[in-house]
Design a protein around this ligand. Structure first.
Ligand SMILES: C[S@@+](CC[C@H](N)C(=O)[O-])C[C@H]1O[C@@H](n2cnc3c(N)ncnc32)[C@H](O)[C@@H]1O
Length: 245
């Protein structure tokens, strides 16, 4: 039986849906039957479906020019391997290049993404790895199954008021002692700020605000990186590494 998650799409339209792996009162579940997924998820999936081939080409060699990002991912992999708490899921994996990178770093890695076209590309490029279509806030996986979750620039499209349940889902999926690594655009002294991302609207976050959302879901901060934008990038980039208690 799944729990029921409610929200609104930012324009006053309510939604609710079943989240696998936990229990909920029957009256809550009944209300799930009459509503739909939030429209921002549909819009995000459609936008990435349309741009997937160009996006995959754009990010193909991205890690080559990013020593700090490689170091952060390597540290995450090191912590996860040492904890030995289970496999790793990249949520919002796009064309799967970072899932494959994590596998090369010695992890048992798989990926999930909203966009079916992205998942087709990921499967084609990395036929030895597992990729599924799904939304990271409502995954059909058992509680405590994962040793690590990587969300690399994938919570950026979630409207801020919808984000807290994402951290609850990350907590549910991670085993105690598992690790969460977030990559995102940082807001440089501003509050959470919408910006005109090339694919679909996105948000830049104060790193402290994301750390606080995670803290409320039993995550403790392990470390953080803020790096300056490189050539072709517009914003400072934040990386936040947290451990589930
Ligand atoms: C900017 S891309 C990042 C892709 C990849 N992680 C990378 O670093 O290149 C954002 C990805 O997150 C996915 N995404 C956004 N919201 C999602 C959600 N709720 N669940 C799963 N995937 C999501 C999009 O479909 C898209 O592929």
């Amino acid at each position: 039986m799944g729990a029921c998650r409610h929200g609104d799409d930012g324009a006053g339209r309510p939604w609710a849906r079943v989240v696998a792996g936990t229990t909920a009162p029957v009256d809550e579940l009944q209300s799930c039957a009459v509503t739909e997924s939030p429209s921002y998820l549909t819009a995000t999936a459609e936008a990435y479906d349309a741009m997937a081939v160009r996006y995959a080409e754009f990010v193909r060699n991205y890690l080559d020019g990013q020593p700090l990002d490689r170091a952060t991912l390597a540290a995450f992999a090191d912590f996860v391997r040492t904890a030995g708490a289970g496999p790793v899921l990249e949520v919002g994996c796009g064309p799967g290049h970072l899932t494959a990178h994590l596998q090369k770093l010695g992890l048992d890695a798989s990926g999930v993404d909203l966009s079916p076209v992205m998942i087709d590309l990921a499967r084609e490029a990395h036929p030895d790895l597992r990729f599924q279509v799904g939304s990271m806030d409502a995954l059909d996986l058992a509680d405590g199954q994962l040793g690590g979750i990587l969300s690399w620039y994938s919570i950026i499209h979630t409207p801020p008021h919808e984000l807290p349940p994402y951290f609850a889902e990350f907590r549910r999926l991670l085993a105690p002692g598992g690790y969460l690594l977030l990559g995102f655009f940082e807001s440089e002294g501003e509050p959470v700020t919408a910006f005109d991302h090339k694919v679909t609207p996105a948000y830049r976050w104060p790193i402290d605000d994301l750390a606080e959302l995670a803290r409320k879901e039993q995550f403790v901060e392990v470390g953080r990186t803020l790096r300056a934008p490189q050539e072709g990038e517009r914003f400072r980039q934040g990386h936040l590494l947290m451990r589930r208690q």
